[in-house]
Design a protein. Structure first.
Length: 412
């Protein structure tokens, strides 16, 4: 292979001769090279190197199956390997479209109950010690069609059911650094995070989160945030429901109480069976989904295959994932693939022998706090039928005798 390459790049010089020349002196080697005619680059096989990479045209993964403008797109979970979501397949949820923001004119104001109200430019933010963390981001509306009665739910793929979750390496400055910089009052207990998109989306966040692991993020998977993810700066709150991760962040106001905004009163609250509502249900509970086999897969025949899926928890690490291949009668511990990180998608696998009959496959995640993913009946009993968010109940796939796989919402 090497000698073939050297022949291709420098016709007439074998690798052997080049090595000999190298050993006998640099000057001799250079003389030997200049004596040759320059390579004809048009004869190099294949296409040339490119400025920006692109997928193989044989790969068809998409966030949105159809054309047209939409307020959300979903990650094709069943197409991905490992735990990282490519940035251009990270799900999107925009309440009022994607704004175009010139980073040269970007600034973040931090004020309110602070000693030194401050405006930070993007350069200011990048000058602080940086931190990177691999963490998931999930919309709290994800997976609702596995909870409410839905006659079409059996024909949902992992992407269509649960594609509002993704996992990236996020880089930025810890919000705690900025809070110390501005001198937060000891009486402060909440802060407002406000965006500069047309929605002016804003949320109230407990101050403990600000000092814990909140990140003012400017990069994702090694490069600047994508416009859809909040370019140039978003708030990233590991484990918190998606809507609190304010994109296009322009203002943080420190206060002694929550602000009771639209997105935490009329939206993103959970009505309960007793007529009250749960407010500030900020942390995403443990959840998992088998992504292979899943709809629209059709198993080619009986035999061995690998069951694969993802598990995650907003409260910390996944402790274990149990998988049932017999409709919940027995459970086996799946293998967790390294790395198993806190508040991060975790890959699980289990070898499975399908004997060819009808069966139901499901997964149940348990996190390091000991919390286990509930069944649909358990979740319904606590939340009632009217709940709109946080649907982490067990997902089940029915495998028919002909190998077709469909979502079986009532089976778990
Ligand atoms: N400024 C702003 N921030 C926002 C939103 C928005 O519409 N505007 N959507 C929120 C919601 S509901 C979710 S689930 C996440 C989605 O983040 P993503 O689009 O990067 O996946 O961003 C949150 N932050
Ligand atoms: Mo969301």
């Amino acid at each position: 292979m090497l000698s073939r390459m050297s022949r291709t790049i420098r016709p007439g010089i074998s690798r052997r001769r080049a090595l000999v020349a190298g050993a006998s002196g640099v000057i001799g080697a250079a003389a030997a090279l200049t004596a040759q005619t320059p390579p004809d680059t048009t004869k190099i096989p294949g296409t040339g190197a490119t400025e920006i990479g692109a997928r193989s045209p044989f790969e068809k993964a998409k966030r949105r199956p159809g054309p047209g403008r939409s307020t959300s797109s979903t990650t094709p979970l069943q197409e991905l390997h490992g735990i990282i979501t490519p940035a251009d397949l990270h799900f999107e949820r925009h309440h009022a479209g994607i704004p175009s923001i010139d980073p040269a004119h970007y600034s973040l104001l931090v004020h309110g109950m602070v000693a030194r109200p401050t405006v930070f430019t993007l350069a200011d933010l990048k000058r602080f010690p940086a931190r990177s963390m691999i963490r998931f981001l999930e919309c709290s509306g994800n997976g609702g069609r596995n909870y409410r009665p839905d006659p079409e739910a059996h024909t949902l793929s992992p992407q269509q059911l649960d594609g509002l979750t993704s996992c990236s390496e996020w880089t930025g400055v810890p919000l705690a650094t900025l809070l110390r910089e501005v001198g937060v009052s000891p009486n402060a207990s909440w802060f407002l995070a406000e965006s500069m998109d047309a929605a002016v989306l804003a949320r109230s966040i407990p101050m403990e989160k600000g000092f814990d692991d909140a990140l003012v993020a400017y990069a994702q998977n090694g490069e600047a945030l994508r416009p859809g993810q909040g370019y140039p700066v978003r708030l990233f709150l590991p484990g918190y429901e998606g809507s609190t991760n304010v994109k296009w962040l322009r203002r943080i106001e420190v206060a002694a109480a929550p602000f009771m905004l639209r997105e935490e009163t009329s939206k993103y609250t959970d009505p309960l069976p007793d007529g009250t509502a749960r407010q500030f249900s900020l942390v995403m509970d443990a959840k998992s989904i088998v992504t292979e086999p899943a709809f629209p897969d059709r198993l080619a025949g009986a035999g061995w295959r690998e069951i694969r899926g993802l598990a995650w928890s907003g409260r910390g690490r996944i402790a274990h994932v149990d998988v049932s291949t017999d409709g919940g009668r027995s459970w086996q511990r799946a293998q967790l693939e390294d790395p198993v990180l806190p508040k991060c998608h975790t890959r699980f696998r289990l070898p499975w022998h399908w004997s060819g009959g009808e069966t139901v496959i499901m997964s149940r995640a348990t996190d390091e706090t000991g919390y286990a993913q509930p069944t649909r009946a358990e979740l319904l009993a606590v939340r009632g039928p009217g709940t709109q968010y946080h649907f982490n109940n067990i997902r089940a796939w029915r495998v028919a005798a002909d190998g077709t796989v469909t979502l079986a919402t009532g089976a778990a």
